[in-house]
Structures are given as structure tokens and as C-alpha cells.
Design a protein around this ligand. Structure first.
Ligand SMILES: Cc1cc2nc3c(=O)[nH]c(=O)nc-3n(C[C@H](O)[C@H](O)[C@H](O)COP(=O)(O)OP(=O)(O)OC[C@H]3O[C@@H](n4cnc5c(N)ncnc54)[C@H](O)[C@@H]3O)c2cc1C
Length: 293
């Protein structure tokens, strides 16, 4: 049998283009579970790979421009400098800048980009509807890669395995604990609020670089705003910060990836997506391409 580990956007896209697989997932749709709350700035970038994906799903979507702002010394700017990038890296990763700067910091230096005007979570819902009969909703607790067996409350034998669950988790599941410890990631709290704590003007999302603010990014979704904070911030603390603008929040473990990927080669195992690859620069178009859609 062929299995995909993980039922988030990456696992679902791979399934769309490779229907002879089954998906094993602790939680279907992964980070896209709640269709009324998008976690952070998620945009389907305007390019040929994503167009291919939309065509496969019979979806037409208009082209739009996403504009990004930078809040620095209490001023909203259109562009950023290297100093700002370095400081933002420290703040959003909770490390100091002696650590190698990764290129994904401050959106890879881009100040605007084109995207397909489609709700990220609606797209996920459509992908889920196609895959749902082939999803096994179980948590993987161990993998024996010599015997090629996946353990949940059941045991599944695989010939081919696509891994979209976090690389760190996968290493633990196969008992490769040294490598698992080497890969650093941190939790992020996404907070849904009614109004923005900082005037965003016409920007779709802004990076807040100043350290005096506890949050590091805000996205404008018109009906609500999503604010991101590093770490696991409970509801009481969120309410203290955002007062009566607070609607809800969600903690995503291992969301912020710090180190770059480390490679191991396992026969019949392929890693896919941002978390499977442990590479923060990866986006949906990379998953579409690797899935050979
Ligand atoms: C803030 C943010 C913004 C982003 N913005 C964009 C963007 O604008 N454009 C873009 O193209 N990409 C963006 N990305 C990247 C990427 O598209 C998303 O992160 C995407 O939703 C990730 O999907 P995934 O399937 O790889 O992971 P997830 O959605 O995290 O899915 C992981 C799956 O693995 C399962 N799992 C985990 N452990 C186990 C286990 N032990 N057993 C069984 N199942 C398990 C989970 O239940 C889940 O189903 C963004 C990412 C983040 C964090």
C-alpha cells in the first residue's frame, strides 16, 4: 500500500494528483481546520503551478495584489532595510541574530506580490472533499522503517510513504532522536481580533518589528484581523492584551521553523511540504510541483 502521512494542505494536494494513496492523519485539514479563521497571511501565489492546481479543481479565481507593510519605530513603511530584517528575525524566532538569517525572514524581502483571490481554507475544504473517503483519522505513534510498518492503534504496511507531518515528529516516530533534537521549531499563537491594534492603512499584512509590541505580524481579513505571537499564549493572557477585541485564538505547535532542513535518505520515503521538509521557504506551489500534478 501507499500512504501519505498528514492530511493538511500538502497531504491533500499530493492525494489530488496521486489517487492510489491513502492518507493517515491525526487531524484532517491540519492548520486549515477552521474555515472561519485563517491562521496568518495565507495567499495562493499567482503562478503556473497554482493555476494548474485550480484548473484540476475547476476553480477560477481573479488575480489580486497583496501589499505588505513594515512597522518600525512607530511608523508604517513600504520597504525594509537589512537592520529591520535582522531585528524581525530575532523577534519572530525568539533567537539572536548570530543565528544564520534565513531567507524567508520578512517575506523574502518582497513588498508586494500577486495572488489568486481564493480563501485558503475554502481551497482546503475542496481538497478534503475529494480525499475524505481515503482518509484514516488516526495518530501515528511509531514507524518501523526496516519492516515498513506504520503503527497507530492499527498497523499498516507500506510500499511507499509520503511524509507531510513535521520532520521532527517523523524522526521521533522512527526513533532517530538525535536528529529530532537538532531541528528547532517553536509554537505560535494566532489570535483572531475584531480590530487591528495598529493602523495598517491599505496593507494586507504588516510586520511589527519594534520589540515593545508583543506580536510580530497582523493580517487584515476584512471581517477580522489575525495577530501572531511567538509561543503558547493562553486565552487569559490574550484577553489581557487584546481586551474586548479578542474573539478566539489557536496555538499551533512547531509552526515557526528555526533551523534549516537536515537530510536523511530512507528508501521508499519522500518528504513533502513546509513541515515535512522542515524548510520555512516552501509554499503551496512547491507542493504542487513535487506532487507532479
Ligand atoms: C503563518 C503561515 C503562513 C503561510 N502562508 C503561506 C502562503 O501565503 N502561501 C503558501 O503557499 N504557503 C503558506 N504557508 C505554508 C503552507 O502552505 C502552510 O503551512 C500549509 O497549510 C501547511 O500544510 P501542511 O499540510 O504541510 O501542514 P499541516 O497543515 O500542519 O498538516 C500536518 C498534518 O500532519 C498531521 N500529523 C501531525 N503529526 C501526526 C501524527 N503523529 N500522526 C498522524 N498525523 C499527524 C496533522 O494532523 C495534519 O493533518 C504558510 C504557513 C504559515 C505557518
Amino acid at each position: 500500500m501507499k500512504y501519505i502521512l498528514g492530511g493538511g494542505m500538502s497531504g491533500l494536494i499530493f492525494y489530488l494528483c496521486n489517487r492510489d494513496y491513502k492518507i493517515i492523519a491525526k487531524e484532517s485539514k491540519g492548520q486549515c481546520t477552521d474555515s472561519t479563521f485563517i491562521l496568518g497571511p495565507r495567499f495562493l501565489h499567482y503562478n503556473l503551478d497554482n493555476l494548474k492546481l485550480l484548473k484540476k479543481l475547476n476553480i477560477t479565481a481573479k488575480e489580486k495584489t497583496c501589499s505588505i507593510g513594515y512597522y518600525w519605530h512607530r511608523e508604517l513603511l513600504d520597504a525594509h532595510t537589512d537592520d529591520m530584517r535582522r531585528e524581525y528575525f530575532d523577534k519572530s524566532r525568539g533567537v539572536n541574530n548570530s543565528v544564520k538569517l534565513d531567507i524567508s525572514s520578512l517575506n523574502e524581502g518582497i513588498t508586494e506580490f500577486k495572488y489568486f483571490d481564493i480563501n485558503f481554507n475554502t481551497l482546503c475544504d475542496q481538497l478534503f472533499n475529494i480525499a475524505k473517503d481515503d482518509i484514516i483519522n488516526e495518530e501515528v505513534i511509531k514507524i518501523d522503517y526496516i519492516k515498513k510498518k506504520i503503527y497507530t492503534t492499527n498497523i499498516y504496511e507500506y510500499d511507499e510513504l509520503i511524509v507531510t507531518i513535521p520532520r521532527k515528529t517523523f524522526y521521533s516516530l522512527i526513533g532517530y532522536h538525535t536528529a529530532s533534537r537538532f531541528l528547532i521549531s517553536k509554537s505560535v499563537t494566532f489570535i483572531k481580533v475584531t480590530t487591528t491594534p495598529i493602523d495598517m492603512k491599505d496593507k494586507n499584512y504588516i510586520y511589527i518589528i519594534d520589540h515593545e509590541y508583543p506580536y510580530y505580524r497582523i493580517t487584515n481579513y476584512i471581517e477580522y484581523y489575525c495577530v501572531e505571537m511567538l509561543g503558547e499564549i493562553d486565552e487569559v493572557e490574550c484577553k489581557k492584551i487584546f481586551k474586548d477585541t479578542y474573539i478566539t485564538s489557536k496555538i499551533v505547535k512547531d509552526s515557526q521553523l528555526i533551523t534549516l532542513k537536515s537530510e536523511i535518505v530512507l528508501k521508499n520515503v519522500k518528504f513533502l511540504g513546509r513541515y515535512g521538509m522542515h524548510d520555512k521557504s516552501l509554499k503551496i506551489q512547491d507542493v504542487v510541483r513535487s506532487s507532479q500534478c
